[in-house]
Design a binder for this molecule. Structure first.
Ligand code: ADP
Length: 270
């Protein structure tokens, strides 16, 4: 039975002699069951927009629609198509991240460059509905893969924008810690997340509020992607949150992957 073991623990409690069976399944069985859950989740996530699209196609085919109605239906169809495109893009990103444990093409990436991109993405997503601040205490460079880092930080900022109501604040802050490691914190003044959900947030398709996540364009894969990016860069993702106050997502990078940014050497022609 694979490398694991199968054990059955039988316990009896109290007068009623209730029996509880705890089955410790093998590693392989656990992996199989996770894969089945994942396939079921993906199928469900794809089937829902497909069902909606099929309904709209039927409506367009069978009902005479006014021009206004036709435009409305097309725009709803576009939303569902977009939802599937985002899901497939996230699935591909996740498959790539899970395919190899370590990035193979590490480079020194300018944090300043990353933060400028993140800032303009945040402003574009927010449409002026939030206060957005991006602050770096030090000029630094991170050893890693730029695209992965952008995707990791971008997912945190996109969550902050999507879950924080209008008028709220989103703060992105880079700082160096005393031991030379670095921390990028994405903080928001959104609804916060109850403590019992925190350990499961990075599971694929885990959502605190499924309908709010889907309505806001979420795939349920974002934090799973962020966790992989952190781990592949030798770091970790820390989540702190308080209901009614907001959340802080901290991406931590070890000292070996952080260095002070140096000015480009001036090349002089002689
Ligand atoms: P999703 O695509 O649903 O946002 P994620 O993996 O990015 O998926 O996040 C998982 C869940 O964590 C979300 O569905 C949401 O319930 C919760 N969450 C993530 N970020 C925030 C945040 N900044 N504020 C409140 N809840 C959040």
């Amino acid at each position: 039975r694979g490398r694991g073991s199968l054990s059955v623990v039988v316990r009896s409690y109290g007068e009623g002699r209730k029996l509880i069976l705890t089955v410790d399944v093998t590693e392989r069985e656990r992996a199989d069951s996770m894969r089945r859950d994942f396939v079921a989740n993906v199928s469900h996530e794809i089937r829902t927009p497909l069902t909606v699209l099929a309904g709209f196609i039927e409506t367009m085919d069978s009902l005479p629609l006014t021009e206004v109605e036709r435009r409305r239906v097309l725009s709803l169809m576009q939303q569902q198509t977009q939802r599937m495109q985002t899901l497939v893009a996230d699935l591909l990103t996740l498959a790539q991240l899970e395919g190899s444990p370590r990035p193979t093409s590490d480079r020194w990436v300018s944090l300043d460059g990353l933060l400028q991109r993140i800032r303009s993405d945040a402003l574009a997503l927010s449409h002026g509905r939030h206060r957005v601040t991006v602050v770096a205490d030090t000029l630094a460079e991170l050893a890693g893969v730029e695209g992965e880092l952008l995707s990791g930080i971008g997912n945190l900022v996109s969550n902050a924008v999507r879950y924080t109501p209008e008028g709220g604040g989103i703060d992105v802050h880079w700082r160096l810690l005393a031991d030379g490691s670095g921390e990028l914190c994405v903080a928001d003044t959104g609804p916060g997340i109850a403590r019992e959900h925190l350990p499961r947030l990075t599971e694929r398709f885990y959502r605190v509020d499924g309908s709010r996540s889907r309505e806001s364009g979420g795939t349920g894969l974002g934090l799973s992607i962020v966790k992989h990016v952190a781990q592949r860069h030798g770091g970790a993702l820390l989540i702190e949150s308080e209901v009614g106050k907001g959340s802080r997502f901290k991406l931590q990078f070890p000292a070996a992957r952080v260095r002070a940014a140096t000015a480009e050497p001036v090349s002089a022609e002689h």
